[in-house]
Write a protein that binds this ligand. Structure first.
Ligand code: COA
Length: 562
């Protein structure tokens, strides 16, 4: 095993030769040996989870300078299996430190030493928390991003944190509303009784299972969970299952040496080519009641000789709780598919307007905010014009055309945000906003509007847009306020004959307090080339370009009057 913790110390940029190296970066490389693999000669996912957790923990502790525990690991999707003899490399680095918690980004790649080929296995984000001291909660030092990539991850980490902290609540709400609509479970002939897939296994936590702080090592718990889940999955299909994805792991409470860990798993539902296994870990010592340590949902497939997913047998759920889990697995599958669709949509690809519904709201607003953040962190904008201290930048790359308008105003960032985040007020300064109504308040920070604009062609129809506006307040002083806009579709608001339905791929504002008296406002617009090919949008973009200066002078005046 080779494990490097980098050379430099906390927070100082490390130079290795010419190259910059993130001081929190930790790298582990392992040759996959038969002792790490399952009976099919593939690296066991449990072993990989252990390596990922220990690499990430070393990175977190490198930044924190004290011991840290795993609080959660976000959804992981395994893109490939890894064979014996291949080399696995895991790179972990802290993306951002909050108060006592940090987001650690983990990248896993694989290498075939004989053919010199490399491929990506998975990417994951884990949250580590610095252990409390006698004086209470630890306040971590902030992390300073140095490169454009680090700046981007730093910025996105805040949005991912928001998503994981509301994750459990949102999933519970969605499950209760969507399972109510699913009705009765379908009965299949020859279905496998779920009871047959039930597994219970106990583990005694010994010193080799504990980390250097004598708590049960998070990676070990995940590996034990994966082990029982694999047994459940194998019992359904009487074959070797392949783990495809794991929904978020949340470590609810600690476990220590001497604990008995009870691991339970069962197949919740089997679909055509995949099945969901639910796993739970509980701990106890002596006569103590069992403590709930962790629960997870794992998705397995069974591959045939050509590595194609095999058709799986159906499952017959047990009464009451089994039926509930069966229905919830259908709802979670829909949430996963929605998420996969939204996350996989390239920004330059159609369709631009993604259907909005409560089950994809969380990912859609993540996608909305992250698209704007990504655009903001790009550093090769070209200054195209400057007038009355309003600067217009353009960027044309990867089939995208982007505009950025930058100005300083002497209104507080909070007030600027307040004014701009209500789209209904925009017509006060933007004559292209003829009318704007709220269709729906999706949650506290996300609103769906219908906006009407006049025609950009003489005698043409006006345009209307269905826009999701996601508004975010800063996490710390280095964060801007943010208003991200993108088009969505709603069945209740189809296009009408009176208006051409317009689409916005990504637009919005970032608002940063530069000093007590000065706020920097950036307005960003983003067009994909396929949109620009349509004459209508080309003319509106040229129009927009031509009028940006004038528009922003009006905008600036508007702020002076506030
Ligand atoms: N995902 C991500 N972060 C989480 C989280 C979750 N599910 N739950 C809590 N946190 C973060 C909070 O946001 C907070 O971050 P901040 O200080 O930067 O604002 C931090 O954890 C501490 O939260 P707090 O409310 O003070 O503590 P808590 O009582 O929620 O405890 C843990 C959080 C993680 C310390 C506690 O749940 C625990 O001990 N879990 C077991 C950890 C473990 O044993 N892991 C495996 C072995 S290493």
């Amino acid at each position: 095993m080779t494990s490097e913790e980098g050379d430099g110390g906390g927070g100082v940029a490390v130079e290795i030769g010419e190259a910059y190296r993130n001081p929190t970066e930790v790298k582990m490389s392992q040759i996959v040996l038969p002792c790490h693999s399952n009976h099919c000669g593939e690296l066991s996912a449990g072993q990989l989870l252990k390596w990922m957790d220990s690499t990430a923990c070393l990175s977190a502790e490198r930044h924190a300078g004290c011991s840290c525990v795993t609080a959660s690991v976000d959804d992981i999707h395994f893109e490939h299996t890894i064979g014996v003899g291949n080399v696995v490399t895991i790179i972990a680095k802290v993306n951002r430190a909050f108060t006592s918690s940090m987001e650690v980004g983990i990248m896993v790649t694989c290498e075939d030493l004989y053919t010199d080929t490399h491929w990506r296995v998975c990417q994951a984000f884990a949250t580590f928390v610095a252990r409390r001291t006698e004086t209470g909660k630890v306040q971590l030092k902030p992390l300073t991003p140095h490169t454009q990539m680090e700046q981007m991850e730093y910025s996105l980490a805040a949005e991912r944190r928001r998503m994981r902290l509301i994750h459990a609540e949102i999933i519970t709400d969605l499950l209760s509303s969507s399972t109510a609509q699913l009705g009765e479970c379908q009965e299949y002939q020859d279905a496998v009784p779920a009871e047959r897939t039930r597994v219970e296994s106990v583990e005694l936590v010994l010193p080799p299972h504990a980390n250097h702080q004598v708590s049960t090592f998070g990676g070990q718990i995940m590996a034990w969970m994966e082990n029982v889940a694999t047994i459940s999955a194998s019992r359904l299909c009487n074959a070797h299952p392949t783990l495809r994805s794991i929904d978020m792991f949340h470590f609810r409470g600690p476990s220590h040496i001497g604990d008995r860990l009870v691991l339970k798993s069962i197949v919740n539902n089997a679909f055509r080519h995949s099945m969901e296994v639910g796993v739970c870990a509980e701990a106890y010592q002596g006569d103590e009641p069992q403590r709930h340590i962790n629960s997870a949902f794992m998705t397995f497939e069974v591959l045939d000789a050509d590595r194609k997913p095999r058709t799986l047998p159906r499952i017959r759920p047990e009464p009451v709780d089994g039926k509930r889990r069966y229905q919830e697995a259908i709802a979670r599958k829909k949430i996963r598919l929605d998420r996969k669709y939204i996350i996989s949509c390239k920004q330059t690809e159609a369709p631009l307007s993604v259907p909005w519904d409560p089950s994809n709201q969380m990912y859609l607003s993540y996608n909305n905010v992250s698209a704007l953040k990504l655009m903001d962190t790009v550093n090769n904008w070209v200054l195209t014009s400057e007038k009355n201290n309003v600067r217009l930048y353009t960027l044309e790359e990867n089939q995208m055309l982007c505009f950025k308008v930058e100005m300083n105003v002497s209104v507080s960032a909070q007030q600027t945000f307040h004014l701009l985040s209500d789209l209904r007020r925009r017509k006060e300064w933007d004559r292209h906003y003829q009318a704007c109504e709220v269709i729906m308040q999706a949650d506290e920070d996300d609103t769906i509007y219908r906006v009407k604009t006049p025609s950009v062609r003489k005698g043409g129809k006006g345009q209307d847009f269905i826009l999701l506006a996601s508004c975010r307040k800063p996490c710390d002083v280095r964060d801007p306020y943010l208003i991200a806009l993108r088009s969505v579709t709603l069945p209740t608001h189809p296009p009408t004959a009176d208006y051409d339905r317009g689409e916005v791929l990504c637009a919005g504002f970032t608002i940063l307090e530069e000093s007590v008296a000065v706020t920097k406002v950036l307005q960003l617009f983003f067009f994909s080339s396929h949109l620009l090919q349509s004459g209508h949008t080309r003319s509106s973009s040229l129009h927009l370009y031509g009028h940006c200066g004038t528009l922003l002078v009006v905008f600036q005046r508007f702020f002076c009057l506030q």
